[in-house]
Write a protein that binds this ligand. Sequence first.
Ligand code: HH2
Length: 282
Amino acid sequence: MPEKLEQRLQHAHADGRTLVMGVVNVTPDSFSDGGRFLSPDRAVRHALELVAAGADILDVGGESTRPGAQPVDEQDELERVLPVIEGLAAATDVPVSIDTAKPAVMRRAVAAGAAMINDVNGLRAEGAVDAVAELGVPVCIMHMLGEPRTMQKNPVYESVLDDIRDFLRERVLACKAAGIPASRIVLDPGFGFGKTLDHNLELLARLDEIVALGHPILAGMSRKSMMGTITGRKNPADRVAASVAAHLIAAQKGATVVRVHDVAETVDALKTLSALKAHRAD
Ligand code: HH2
């Protein structure tokens, strides 16, 4: 029997290893791959390619959260993600995470075979914390300032690192109060979600201080506009090298999961890092 995802996350965290979460967007409007995998067959095929490339987790999402994105109706979201989750549960042992903020989608996704919940809204929707407590699967709690429609309009923090750590600590307390064990909680500073380039760079530079909260940390910068601003590359598909570099830095600073579109390239980069660590440990 393969190790449960909760244990895999905890072991990777304890050993300083980094797992790769492959992005499977079943949306018409995602910033990088919107519309490419909208049919369930194509999404499943793409996800299986990510498995072949070495993905440890597949993150299936039916609602774009890019800056300016419009919210998606619950029924539409379910129709997008459920056939993909069912298809993947039948085709691979690689655990599937559901990228959603809606408690009803969390429940239906886990019933269909999802093994993790990834909520960019940090379980702030009514009933979300209770749904996760009942479902008994690991959860990623992400920080977002505002909401996707408006979040990039002049985000302001007193101190970006302190504000985000306070938010994450508060969400962990809310989870624990509802009976979610600490061992199931993954935290994410939410790169690009209500953050300027300076905010994102500060968070990456000081990611070890978020790791110090004691939970596995997920970092997701793949192809995001911060990579475009740094490199001057307008097309998200041209931001692969910058994204690999950013996730390698995150891994060096202790990230337990990196969420990426370009799995093969990221796996190679992480193998290089672990070879170096193994060499130095000899
Ligand atoms: N980023 C995106 C979506 N989900 N989840 C976590 N935990 N962390 C992230 O940084 C994160 C996330 C946005 O990326 P993508 O899915 O490629 O785009 P879109 O939201 O447009 O579908």
